[in-house]
Structures are given as C-alpha cells and as structure tokens.
Write a protein that binds this ligand. Structure first.
Ligand SMILES: NC(=O)C1=CN([C@@H]2O[C@H](COP(=O)(O)OP(=O)(O)OC[C@H]3O[C@@H](n4cnc5c(N)ncnc54)[C@H](OP(=O)(O)O)[C@@H]3O)[C@@H](O)[C@H]2O)[C@@H](O)CC1
Ligand SMILES: Nc1ncnc2c1ncn2[C@@H]1O[C@H](COP(=O)(O)OP(=O)(O)O)[C@@H](O)[C@H]1O
Ligand SMILES: [K+]
Length: 591
C-alpha cells in the first residue's frame, strides 16, 4: 500500500522528533544530495563518448536517468563541459543551480547544495526571497557555492544559467506553501517552465529535481493553480504527499523517491481518513493499492465453493443502438471470475452476448451484485426497457424497495447512462463510475456550476463532492483514477494511456461487478470495502491492459513518470477483458 499524508500530518509527525533534537533537515539534505549525485553521475555516464545510445529523455535500463539530450544540437558544446566527461561516478565540474525560497525547503536545498559543492560540482544558488535559511546559506558559501539573488539579477539571466546547468534543484517552497507561487519565484518558474516547453523533443536540458514537492503544486490536493517547473524526479521527505499521487500535479512530479525520516506515519493503523485536518492517527489522506494488497482482497474459490457462493453478477447493459457494451461488460465480469453472469436486456443484444459468451444466463434470478448502465444512453427514452430494469435494480440497491420484494440489497456498479438515473441517496456499496464528463453532468444535475475543465483541475474535490452528495462510492476514471469512498480516497495509476479507448470502461464495470459479487456480504457489512475493491478493479484492469499492449516498466514509469520503459502498443477493450485471468493469476502469484 502506498500512502500519502497531508502537510499538517507530516508536520505533526515531525514535531516530537524535532523537539527531541533529531537532525531531520540534515538527513533530508544528505539524502537529496545523494540522489542528485547518483542522477548526475548516471546521466554523465550515459553521455560519455562511446557509450551506447539510450532512450531519449528518460530512464536508462538501470533505472537511472538516461540520455535525455546528447545527440541533439548543442551536444558538442556541452560535451566540452560537465556532460562530456563520463568517468563512472565522476561528477566533478557538473553544474547545479539551486532555486531557493525563504523557508526550510530552501534550507534543505542549500545544505544539499553545500554537499554537492564539496563533491566538486559548480553550484549556484538563486535566492528568490530577501531572506533565506541562514545556516544553509552559510554552509553553501563555506563549501564554495556561488550565490545570486533574484532581486539583483534579471529572470532571463537566470533562465540562461539554468539552460547551461546539468541539474536544477527546485527548493522554492515545500509543505509550507500556500496559494500559487508569488513573485519573484512565480515569475522565474513560469519563465523556466516556458523555456523548457519550447525546447524541441529530445533537446538537451537540465535534469530537474524537486525538493519535497514541485514548488507551486497543491501539496494536499494535487491541484496546479499556477506556474510549476515539471520535475524529472521528486525527492520527498518523511512521507508521500497527496499532490505527488493525485492528478493533475502527479504529472509534474516525475519519479518520486521517499526519504525515510523515521516519522512513523506508515506504521500507524489506517482507521479512516480522507478529510483535511485529521490527526495522523486517522490515516493517510490518499492511498494507492499495490498488487499484494489486491491479492489480499481477492476471494479465491476453495473446495466448498460452487457457482452461487462465488457470486452471481447481474448485468443490465447494452441497447439496440449500443449492443457492444453488453458484450464488453459481460466479458469483464465473466473473465474476472464471476460464478455466473446474468444478462438482462433486449433479445437481440442477449443473442449477441450469448454468441460471444455462451456461459451467460439470460433469465432473471438472484444476484450478488449489479452492473448497470454500460451502453445505455442517459437520454434515450426508448432505451429498450433498459431504463426500467435499471430503475428497478437501483430501487433495490438503494433500499427503496423492501427486502421482501428484492431479496435484500446487494452492491452495484452504476456506469454511463445509469448514473443519470440515480435519484435517491445510495449506500457506499453502490459504486458510480463516471469519467470526467459524466461526473460533470452529475454535479450539474445536483446544482453545482462546474464544467469539465473544473472537474479535471480538481478531481479529488469533485469525486469527494459526488460521494458526499450521493452517498455512493465514486470512481472517477482517468489516467489516474480517483476513488472517494466511506473510508477515504484512493488514487490508482495502473494502466497505459492506450487504455483510453472505447469500451474500456464497460470492461471495468463488469470486472468491478464481479469483485463486488464475490464479497457481497462483506461489502454490505463494511461499506468502506467497496472503495478498496474499486481500487483493486482499477489495478487489475490496468495490468491486463499493459499485458495486452506489450508494454513494460515499473510502477513509476507506468504512471507516466519515466519513458525508459517500453511504451507498448494499442489495445482494444475486449482483449483487456480476455487478459484478466492472467492478470489476476499474476497478482495472486505475487508477480
Ligand atoms: N522542519 C524540519 O526540520 C524539516 C523540514 N523539511 C523541509 O522543510 C519544508 C517546510 O519548510 P517550511 O515550513 O519552512 O515551509 P516552506 O515549504 O519552505 O515554505 C514556507 C516559506 O515559503 C513562503 N511561501 C509560502 N507560500 C508561498 C508562495 N505561494 N509563493 C512564494 N513563497 C511562499 C513562506 O512565506 P510566507 O507566505 O509565510 O510569507 C515561507 O517563507 C519541507 O517541505 C521540507 O522541505 C525537511 O527538511 C524535513 C525536516
Ligand atoms: N490517459 C489514460 N491513461 C490510462 N488510462 C486511461 C487514460 N484515459 C482513460 N483511461 C482509462 O480508460 C478507461 C476508459 O473508460 P471510459 O471513458 O468509460 O470509456 P468507455 O465509456 O468507452 O468504456 C477507464 O478505465 C480510464 O481510467
Ligand atoms: K520544492
């Protein structure tokens, strides 16, 4: 399990250690310097004459920064300097620029800069505040570092200096940040980000290391309201912060490395969370499941099981106009290991489903979960009676119909057009699965004046708002899928961008239906489990998509942070469903 903790949580955890005289800043600075030295050395190695060509702009096969630059224009000029040397581990003469703000984040950066200077790097600190960390500044000066102030030199001069650097350390603000970066730091960062964005793909540029967080991101909510210099690596202290796992800020963090300061946050038991201002004991603000967590959530059948104990999934999906969604949702459910899948829908669609999946049953009966809505348009009055079926199932799962009639509530996945049919408060065992457009429509219907861009800018806020407004667990789809449930928030980044293809969401809905059915009673007893199973479904969906795409890479690279991994190729939704058994087997085997 990956856990992210808010700035107040981190501060609260640091407090007793600082009071006890623990040298946290020194630890942070040493770890930061060690990472920078490793990155600079690896980068140099990859640029050394005679070294084999590497992938552009990202990680080498050793997982360290790869080529990024070299064979493009300017390589010769740089070759004469720091980037051209290439003795293994030799970093002497490499150029580092520190961007230094007023607080301890700047202090970390100055102390790390002093360590780099002592290792032979040419270090320049650019001070973006009239006053910076005194001891850090003194240490840098004593180590031979050069210091310039943004109050004395103009931004274009700094931009030119940065362009010549091998590495830039962004230490403007950390967890003490509030609001968008103010001048002069904001202007500098905007200019640096613009200069970087203007470079042709693969052109030489310095490696950017963010200190604790990329300065300017919303540390606790992942928003990006102003200028931010995109990092290649973020070295974060004590614990991950929500902004390093949540979109859109996660896309600016690069490869994230957590330095253990002994804060003990991860050692605490998770008892809740998700709301700002909690004490650390209440749990991480955001969690991300890893494969071993998913293995623990999956219910593996045993000798006493039969198809009904494994869970029956009822699927109301597809219309005459969109029959394929039924095939995809049913395939997702069946391939994920449902004991049985019941399909309810128009006869012609049922025939198509049976043609592809003859094991599906097309008669009514009891189910342990529902999958409602894939391929059923929200605004289609003549939706082949599917709207009526969905209303009926929703009435059962929201408790509107008595258990005498329904046989008892069961968990449900409410997808696509069915989201528009939710009129009553739901229990958290109902998981609604919108993409940003569908969530926007839902929130507008509930009276919020938000547009799609607004949802995409603040996915955490709107997923939470939808959870609070509907009661349902909310799974907001995207490259990072944000899930807001009763016991907190998950942010899953598991699939390749190739997964952004029609029908992929239908497969996810079916797959999640099976996970909910397999643990139906548990979900009703502990509604927070619905969000965990939703996160598990996203992980399996993403891993199946990677397998189909032929791509590879570690979790960071898969999250889009690095490009050294194989990028893979296109996928189609039905193939993702077909890859689920192997993905599940891999997860259960600990692969
Ligand atoms: N405590 C420790 O021993 C450890 C701490 N650690 C490190 O300390 C960092 C936290 O340090 P911190 O608390 O000093 O806050 P920090 O992030 O440097 O920023 C505050 C300064 O920035 C300013 N500022 C704020 N917003 C701004 C904006 N939008 N635009 C411009 N300026 C802005 C703000 O000014 P103000 O708004 O108050 O006038 C204030 O001067 C943490 O991230 C980690 O790196 C680690 O070493 C572990 C051990
Ligand atoms: N850039 C991306 N990278 C990885 N996965 C993505 C990306 N964009 C979308 N996805 C995933 O692709 C799927 C698309 O689902 P959805 O939008 O509902 O499509 P459909 O309605 O056609 O089935 C979701 O699981 C979503 O999380
Ligand atoms: K920073």
């Amino acid at each position: 399990m990956i856990e992210a903790w808010t700035a107040p949580d981190v501060r609260a955890a640091e407090k007793p250690l600082l009071a006890a005289g623990e040298p946290l800043m020194s630890r942070a600075a040493h770890a930061l310097a060690a990472t920078v030295l490793r990155d600079v050395a690896a980068r140099r190695r990859s640029l050394a004459p005679g070294s084999p060509p590497r992938l552009r702009g990202g990680l080498g096969s050793d997982g360290l920064p790869g080529e990024a630059a070299v064979r493009g224009p300017g390589a010769g000029r740089r070759g004469a300097g720091a980037r051209g040397a290439g003795a293994r581990g030799d970093v002497r003469g490499a150029r580092a620029v520190l961007l230094v703000g007023a607080g301890n984040n700047g202090g970390d950066t100055l102390f790390a800069g002093a360590l780099l200077a002592r290792r032979g790097l040419a270090v320049t600190a650019v001070l973006a505040a009239p006053r910076v960390h005194d001891a850090g500044l003194a240490a840098l000066r004593a180590a031979g570092g050069r210091v310039v102030s943004l109050f004395d030199v103009r931004v274009p001069v700094v931009v030119a200096e940065v362009a010549e650097a091998d590495v830039v350390l962004d230490g403007l603000v950390g967890i003490g940040a509030h609001g968008v970066l103010r001048p002069p730091a904001g202007g500098l960062v905007r200019a640096l980000a613009d200069a970087r964005a203007a470079l042709p793909h693969g052109a030489p540029r310095p490696w950017v290391v963010a200190v604790d967080v990329p300065s300017g991101i919303g540390v606790d909510d992942g928003t990006v309201a102003g200028p931010v210099l995109p990092a290649d690596r973020t070295v974060t202290f004590g614990a991950l912060k929500p902004g390093l796992v949540l979109p859109p800020a996660v896309h600016l963090a690069g490869i994230v490395e957590v330095v253990d300061l002994g804060l003990g946050l991860g050692d605490r038991r998770v008892t809740g969370g998700g709301a700002p201002g909690r004490s650390p004991a209440s749990g991480p603000a955001v969690r991300r499941l890893e494969a071993r967590d998913v293995a623990a959530l999956l219910r593996v059948p045993g000798p006493r099981d039969h198809k009904y104990t494994r869970g029956v999934v009822g699927v109301v999906a597809g219309t005459e106009a969109f029959p394929g969604a039924a095939v995809l949702a049913v395939s997702g459910a069946a391939r994920a290991g449902a004991g049985m899948v019941r399909y309810l829908g128009p006869e012609s669609v049922g025939a198509l489903v049976l043609g592809r999946r003859p094991e599906v049953v097309t008669t009514g009966g009891r189910v342990q979960s529902w999958v409602l809505g894939p391929g059923v348009p929200a605004d289609d009055d003549a939706a082949d009676d599917q709207g009526r079926r969905i209303f009926g199932a929703l009435a059962a799962v929201t408790g509107l119909l008595s258990a005498d009639v329904t046989g008892g509530a069961v968990p449900a996945v409410v997808d696509a057009g069915a989201i528009e049919l939710v009129e009553h408060r739901c229990p958290p065992s109902v998981v609604i699965t919108p993409h940003a457009g569908e969530l926007t429509a839902l929130m507008q219907r509930l009276g919020h004046g938000v547009d799609r861009a607004g949802v995409e800018a603040e996915p955490l806020r709107w997923a939470r708002a939808a959870h609070e407004a509907t009661g349902a667990t909310v799974l907001l789809k995207g490259s990072v899928t944000v899930i807001a449930g009763q016991d907190g928030v998950f942010a899953q980044a598991d699939g390749p961008a190739w997964l952004a293809t029609a029908g992929a969401g239908d497969v996810l809905a079916g797959l999640l239906g099976t996970l909910l059915a397999s643990r139906s009673a548990d979900v009703l007893a502990r509604p927070g489990l619905a969000a965990e199973l939703a996160a598990a479904a996203v992980l399996l969906h993403g891993r199946a998509a990677w397998a189909v795409s032929g791509g590879s890479g570690d979790a960071q690279a898969r999250a889009g942070a690095g490009t050294g991994a194989r990028a893979g190729g296109p996928v189609v939704a039905l193939d993702v469903a077909d890859a689920l058994p192997a993905a599940i087997a891999d997860v259960l085997a600990g692969a």
